[in-house]
Design a protein. Structure first.
Lengths: 219, 219
């Protein structure tokens, strides 16, 4: 496998479009929903970091001789659909989206990067290393839950919806981009045990984020 | 005059809020109006650079012992009003807003920075140095005008509206923030000739941008 194999170009393309879109959507959420200017700046900080990641990925695509626009195009519909289904209605939903959404996406990219070349894997690690900026959301959400524990049910449901929509869009993508899917789960039917372990890892990481937020599963 | 004099804090505050807001609005325009993903990324690049400037200004305010939120608060209404009056309806309007809007704002800040301390003046220069990212708009607008010269009248009017709204909001601000106004024009009535020269410089710079875009004044 080379850096410019179809699966790897797909990985860089989906990651680039996800980062570009996350940047623009987080900026929109910051502008519309932040209750204070400091909050707006904090979510803006997450958004601007996503833009920096996009630039790294775009430059790598270009250096591989791939048009970034062409590489991103196959993923526009699925990622836009995910954002349309997870448009936050208030500041707490925006915080959870930033933290949980950025986290789920990062877990998927890490899984895919395991099965690619060392140089692409290092690039993905570099891009994902700055994702801790979204950690400020944890403190804000926990403070809100302390002040009003009744928020917990609604916000836990909201977080689950983001995961459900991500899985649903991920399945659509896997069907139309088999080379990308192969990076995640190997060739078709090859390794069911590995698929099971991957979902176990994704679920575990999501559970850790929910616990960090104070959003434990309901009874 | 010191770095933490009221006029200087006002200057850093208005510049910080302007950069934060430009970042968020440009990101919104990129998401909503860009015709291609490469265009979206190019305007995103301008937006992300504005965020970088915001961070420099916020950090300087904090190092002066000033709460950035408090320093920005007096300017929220005027800057939000300017954006509400200059919401682009299509991609060409968005490009012109990026280029002309960023340019006008930069000219004002340079004028104000002349009359402050050397360290603040250097900071403002540093923040404004990266504004050339908006230059890509020139090429795009000129190509659009070549393809359809009838666009010229509407887009020239649009650019004039942005200047008019900027002057109108600037006057409102000068009335309520006399220390900031004093940075621009000296103490009240002190130096009418200097005020005249300043407006001549601002007009000249705006004229250069209009000419660069191919938007020459109508007959």
């Amino acid at each position: 496998m080379s850096d410019s194999s179809p699966g790897t170009v797909d990985l860089l393309g989906v990651l680039a479009y996800a980062e570009l879109t996350a940047f623009l959507r987080l900026a929109e959420d910051a502008a519309l929903l932040a209750p204070t200017l400091n909050d707006r700046a904090a979510l803006g900080d997450v958004a601007a970091a996503e833009y920096g990641h996009f630039r790294v990925l775009r430059d790598r695509l270009a250096s591989l001789g791939v048009d970034p626009e062409e590489a991103m195009a196959p993923f526009v519909e699925a990622i836009d659909a995910w954002h349309a289904q997870t448009r936050p209605k208030d500041w707490h939903e925006a915080l959870i989206k930033a933290y949980v959404g950025v986290g789920i996406a990062g877990d998927f990219y890490r899984e895919a990067a395991r099965n690619t070349t060392a140089s692409i894997s290092a690039l993905v690690d570099e891009v994902l290393a700055g994702e801790s900026r979204a950690e400020f959301a944890v403190e804000r959400v926990r403070a809100a839950l302390d002040a009003d524990p009744r928020l917990c049910g609604r916000l836990a449901l909201w977080a689950r919806r983001m995961v459900g929509e991500a899985l649903s869009q991920g399945q659509r993508l896997a069907a139309v981009r088999p080379q990308l899917a192969a990076l995640l789960v190997g060739e078709e039917g090859e390794n069911l045990a590995e698929i099971g372990r991957m979902f176990a890892r994704l679920t575990e990481e999501h559970g850790k984020r929910m616990a960090a937020l104070g959003l434990t599963p309901g009874p």
